[in-house]
Design a binder for this molecule. Sequence first.
Ligand SMILES: Nc1ncnc2c1ncn2[C@@H]1O[C@H](COP(=O)(O)OP(=O)(O)OP(=O)(O)O)[C@@H](O)[C@H]1O
Ligand SMILES: Nc1ncnc2c1ncn2[C@@H]1O[C@H](COP(=O)(O)OP(=O)(O)OP(=O)(O)O)[C@@H](O)[C@H]1O
Ligand SMILES: [Mg+2]
Ligand SMILES: [Mg+2]
Lengths: 227, 227
Amino acid sequence: MILATELVKHYRVGDHIVEALRGVTLTVPKNEFLAIMGPSGSGKSTLMHILGCLDHPTSGTLHIDEEEINITNQNRLAELRNKKIGFVFQQFNLLSRTSAINNVELPLLYAGASASERHKRAQKALEMVGLGHRTGHFPNQLSGGEQQRVAIARALITDPPVILADEPTGNLDTKSGNEVLAILQSLHKRGITLIMVTHERDVGEHADRIVHMLDGRITGDEMVEDK
Amino acid sequence: MILATELVKHYRVGDHIVEALRGVTLTVPKNEFLAIMGPSGSGKSTLMHILGCLDHPTSGTLHIDEEEINITNQNRLAELRNKKIGFVFQQFNLLSRTSAINNVELPLLYAGASASERHKRAQKALEMVGLGHRTGHFPNQLSGGEQQRVAIARALITDPPVILADEPTGNLDTKSGNEVLAILQSLHKRGITLIMVTHERDVGEHADRIVHMLDGRITGDEMVEDK
Ligand SMILES: Nc1ncnc2c1ncn2[C@@H]1O[C@H](COP(=O)(O)OP(=O)(O)OP(=O)(O)O)[C@@H](O)[C@H]1O
Ligand SMILES: Nc1ncnc2c1ncn2[C@@H]1O[C@H](COP(=O)(O)OP(=O)(O)OP(=O)(O)O)[C@@H](O)[C@H]1O
Ligand SMILES: [Mg+2]
Ligand SMILES: [Mg+2]
């Protein structure tokens, strides 16, 4: 379970401050499928990066499974990111000089898997997102939606118990988007905690609960009916 | 008017060839609003780059206003790109060491506008996409949807007669997406030719016509009813 308390995040730009998060408190129970929605610039990605231990808040606290996340303990943060959390970035963040299959294998290096084990699992993950025929391509040899699917495969490869997906279907046609959603839903059925940013209402309605953000705050919190 | 005849595009990857376009013939009349839809990897961005004179086909020809586009004439290509075509890239392609306002000004350098004129027009363009308060931010200090809107402002700044927009609302919430669509529609009313790739049916239905792609070919071509 994830417990965020009064998260504030300020960015300094020149001589002014952007208040990207203005006091966000959020509890995400184990095995919940939570959708986060809100306008462009409302703080969704900023919140996701803090929940994913990729950034620290200006103030406020974060607990994951009752353990307080302390940014001074960089080793523990790295361990959490590698073992507990799979992150799908809004802009994919693939390594440009690395093939699709090697990008997907990367998280398994920390897990100590053998080279052939990593390769086999990465191949399978890419086949699952429909890219078995693109494993050797580099990111600049892939379409936008193909890069997005490589990023998704990479986030799933270590079977993490928590998946944070920032607009995972933004660059996908309806059919590919539904295939990705189906993968995430089946993982959710098997027990993962899934937090997804989406701007598409009909994607959000597959979640258990939708939280709305506006100007760095949570302004709405609704359980999804009739699923 | 844009006339593409039997466009073929092959990419070589290692020892195999990707047939990204397999013979695309397409006529886009002046002042048409055309939507291009199709699955991830079907060749939409590849086609857009060729139509936008940013890439050349393996074979086939392209005519823009009855002028045959010849890839050996690099100066003429640059002139067309700068004067005739505004391009919104699927992944924005902003200069990372350049502020939002300077990114938007860039196409005006070729037009020979004065520094204060460029600055004034770029400020206005950013205000039009709701980013008047983010002009000094660098791309990595902007949200995904904000970067997308900077890319849109940049494509519009020289008032080009042809706008090619590759998934311009992919990272935008419904409200911001509708605002961008409204801008493009008003430009279309004033006479521009607009070609937009989108994976969202309800965005496509604002167009005059929708072309469907699959595996590097055009497989459908429909006029949009009841607008
Ligand atoms: N530089 C390249 N080298 C090799 N293959 C490429 C290259 N660019 C694109 N491809 C391949 O060509 C096909 C078409 O790519 P394209 O980017 O045109 O697709 P798209 O329809 O825009 O997809 P999406 O909706 O995912 O953006 C893809 O399968 C992709 O893997
Ligand atoms: N590194 C940074 N420096 C300065 N400002 C930033 C930085 N990152 C984000 N911002 C600002 O903080 C605000 C929130 O950004 P964030 O990326 O969280 O928005 P978002 O809700 O994910 O938006 P989108 O839907 O467009 O992706 C934005 O207005 C943005 O300009
Ligand atoms: Mg975001
Ligand atoms: Mg594309």
